[in-house]
Design a protein around this ligand. Structure first.
Ligand SMILES: Nc1ncnc2c1ncn2[C@@H]1O[C@H](COP(=O)(O)OP(=O)(O)OP(=O)(O)O)[C@@H](O)[C@H]1O
Ligand SMILES: [Mg+2]
Length: 250
């Protein structure tokens, strides 16, 4: 579904490239987590996918088409929730539909449907300041979902939340993913979260980024928290933490 072919990318102000010769593929319906030390380029990869940055060499394609030639193929939920404080929750989540010039009645209907699904229907006329951190993340997710894109790029969506809220949202996200049959790329620093959510984990271990190490999670869906106690899962967690610590020490 998503394909990077020999991609090279350098920020203008840097001397060294951030990414050099990166190739990878993501299948339709995958749930993939991307992990790696802070500053290794995870958000940069997302910015390249959704066209906020342009690769200087190589190609990035979605469903066989170069991303330069297509629109609305991905929805990006950035690291910080970017809800506009002066817009109500409903008006916030309608933004991608406003951009697509969807008519008002349809927009309202779709927004209400998704607001019910994420448990925020009663809050539709409130402002972001009236919501808890977890609720704001659900609102941000609703907005990402309403962009209609099949490829969702979620950049550390739960990192600012307490662990109990976070666990609830992880389970909720897996339900949503299965219901909507989206393809998800998910950045996290939390190895346990990556294992619990993903089919596969991409690990960034080099600089400039030239490849992802891939690790397949041996669990089926729906997932059960108790599976996290399995010894093979424990070993996987230890292995991933070791890799991240080696990388952070470079
Ligand atoms: N707009 C930019 N212009 C120049 N350099 C940038 C820009 N954005 C990021 N960088 C640099 O690129 C590198 C990778 O940044 P990126 O945000 O992709 O890392 P990350 O893996 O997402 O980190 P974190 O886990 O902390 O979010 C960093 O060294 C950063 O300083
Ligand atoms: Mg980042």
């Amino acid at each position: 579904m998503l394909k990077f072919d020999n991609v090279y990318f350098k920020y203008d102000e840097d001397n060294e490239p951030m990414i050099d010769g990166l190739s990878f593929e993501v299948d339709d319906g995958d749930f993939i987590s991307v992990i790696g030390a802070s500053g290794c380029g995870k958000s940069t990869v997302f910015r390249l996918i959704n066209g906020l940055e342009k690769a200087q060499r190589g190609s990035i394609s979605v469903d066989g088409k170069n991303i330069a030639d297509i629109k609305n193929y991905s929805a990006y939920m950035p690291q910080k929730d970017l809800l506009f404080p002066w817009r109500t929750i409903e008006k916030n989540i309608c933004m991608p539909m406003e951009i697509q010039k969807i008519n008002k009645t349809e927009m309202h209907e779709k927004a209400c449907e998704v607001l019910k699904e994420v448990g925020l229907y009663e809050y539709r006329d409130k402002y972001p300041k009236d919501l808890s951190g977890g609720m704001k993340q659900r609102a941000s997710f609703a907005r990402t979902l309403l962009s209609g894109a099949d490829l969702m790029l979620l950049d550390e969506p739960f990192s600012a939340l307490d662990s109990i809220t976070r666990m609830g949202l992880q389970e909720w996200l897996l339900d949503e993913w299965q219901k909507h049959k989206k393809t998800v790329l998910f950045v996290t620093h939390d190895v346990e979260e990556a294992i619990f959510l993903s089919k596969k984990i991409f690990i960034i271990t080099d600089r400039p980024v030239s490849h992802f190490e891939e690790c397949k999670v041996p669990l089926s869906y729906p997932r059960n928290r108790d599976d996290m106690k399995r010894s093979d899962i424990g070993d996987m967690k230890a292995m991933l933490i070791k890799k991240l610590r080696q990388e952070a020490a470079v």
